[in-house]
Design a protein around this ligand. Structure first.
Ligand code: ASP
Length: 439
């Protein structure tokens, strides 16, 4: 049996947090592979080491004096090393980093040092082997992650390794140039390692006890989610729920390895389980609610649209030609609406409208802005009568005007469009009806 444990930046922000992490690891023999992030914030106004590294490298690139900031970064690690009373010097490492910054080797290399150094400290503290991610996680020249080659090399490397620390967030091309995932990418490394060792569980330790049914900035003390499927999570993360990196689901999903999101500061909480499928019913009909503001609806009308073959394709071609992806396309008999991100669409608006006229020759086009989309997600909806009815009566009672409805064919989610200004009221109304009053 083996578990891969990934710890986020705030779980490793200082020596005290390192102690908590070590206690968690030592409590369970199966926690054999550790993936650390770079040190995060110690208090709300603090800086993350990764942000400091990006800033420091920008100074180096601009030919400014970057040494004071590099010294502060070093200070963060030294504070941890002293706090843990480790016999470890990062002298050599920082000399090398300084040299590479002077040579301007690239900002991905710079950012990756946060995890690299934290990995060295962690391995020393735990007495585990250190495996440099640049030797086992591979990217192609174009920056894409090379899953097949990584799995081959990484699983061979960890096969004879009882316990190891593998830093998160980065890897390298086959010729050794360091590359990183997008921000928050240590979650992805954890998932890749879990796949490579065919772990029984991928534990992801953060500073929250898993996922919440709704955004705590909108709902006060929302209830937690005990179990969620990969697909439900995809829907919610796409709509803005951001506890876990979206792309981190794929490697473990292929192997059916469950993910357990846990809280380093409250380890006794069970957290959230993310699984392939489950017969466990969620406590409520819905699993979660998420949403985003800032969408535009492009309404297109044409008499007899319904019988004109290829009309939809021509309209969407106008968006494609301008490099704009669409979110939803609800349609009626003579109308079709395309939902797009306002900030993407704004600058190209007139070009797209001209394109639709040219390609599809509609009767009229009308644009509505400042719309929000809300996804109500739940595997339980399929087998429960009246879910949509409950949502819309709750919204009507709260005086929210529904501008669009789209129920995914999987019956896993219902997407609702409302005005931006109604966004919070709508989420509160939906939360209330399913979680609080449970009518
Ligand atoms: N340290 C990186 C970041 O701040 C990666 C991570 O923490 O997952 O984005």
């Amino acid at each position: 049996m083996s578990k891969v444990v990934k710890f986020g930046g705030s779980s490793l922000a200082d020596a005290e947090q390192f102690q908590k992490v070590a206690k968690i690891i030592h409590e369970d023999e199966e926690r054999r592979y550790v993936v650390p992030s770079a040190p995060g914030k110690r208090y709300p106004k603090d800086e993350k080491v990764t942000d400091m590294l990006y800033a420091c490298y920008a100074e180096a690139e601009a030919g400014e004096d970057f040494l004071p900031l590099l010294k502060r970064i070093r200070g963060r690690y030294e504070e941890i090393i002293e706090g843990l009373r480790l016999d470890l010097s990062l002298e050599e490492e920082f000399r090398e980093i300084e040299k590479c910054f002077c040579e301007k080797v690239g900002k991905e290399y710079a950012a990756s040092r946060g995890e690299y150094l934290n990995g060295l400290v962690m391995a020393n503290f735990l007495g585990y082997e250190f495996v440099d991610a640049a030797e086992v996680i591979f990217f192609r020249e174009n920056g894409e992650f090379d899953a097949a080659y990584t799995d081959e090399v990484l699983s061979a490397r960890l096969k004879n390794c009882e316990r190891a620390v593998i830093p998160g967030f980065y890897g390298a091309t086959r010729d050794g140039r360091v590359k990183t995932f997008s921000r928050g990418g240590s979650d992805i490394t954890g998932s890749i390692v879990a796949k490579a060792v065919r772990a029984d569980v991928y534990e992801n330790w953060k500073d929250v006890s898993g996922f919440l049914i709704a955004d705590p900035r909108i709902i006060k003390n929302p209830k937690g989610i005990e179990t969620i499927t990969y697909r439900e999570l995809r829907e919610l993360s796409y709509m803005g729920a951001s506890v876990f990196h979206e792309d981190a689901i794929f490697p473990v999903r292929q192997e059916g390895i469950p993910i357990n999101i846990r809280n380093t500061n409250i380890p006794e909480d069970n957290g959230t389980w993310i699984v392939g499928s489950t017969c466990q019913k969620s406590k409520y009909v819905i699993t979660g609610i998420a949403g985003k503001k800032g969408f535009c609806a492009v309404n297109i009308e044409k008499d007899m649209m319904n019988s004109e073959i290829g009309f939809g394709r021509k309209v969407l071609q106008a968006f494609e030609e301008n490099g704009i992806s669409f979110e939803h396309v609800p349609s009626g008999i003579d109308t079709m609406t395309v939902f797009v991100h306002q900030d993407e669409f704004m600058h190209k608006e007139q070009k797209v409208v001209a394109g639709i006229h040219r390609l599809a020759n509609p009767d009229s086009i009308d644009i509505e802005s400042d719309l929000a989309l809300i996804a109500v997600v739940g595997r339980g909806m399929k087998s429960t009568r009246g879910t949509a009815g409950r949502i819309f009566s709750a919204l009507a009672h709260s005086n929210v005007n529904v501008r669009m409805i789209d129920q995914g064919s999987s019956e896993l989610n219902i997407i609702i469009g409302v005005a931006d200004e109604d966004f919070e009221t709508a989420i509160r109304a939906i939360y209330d009806i399913f979680v609080i009053t449970r009518l």
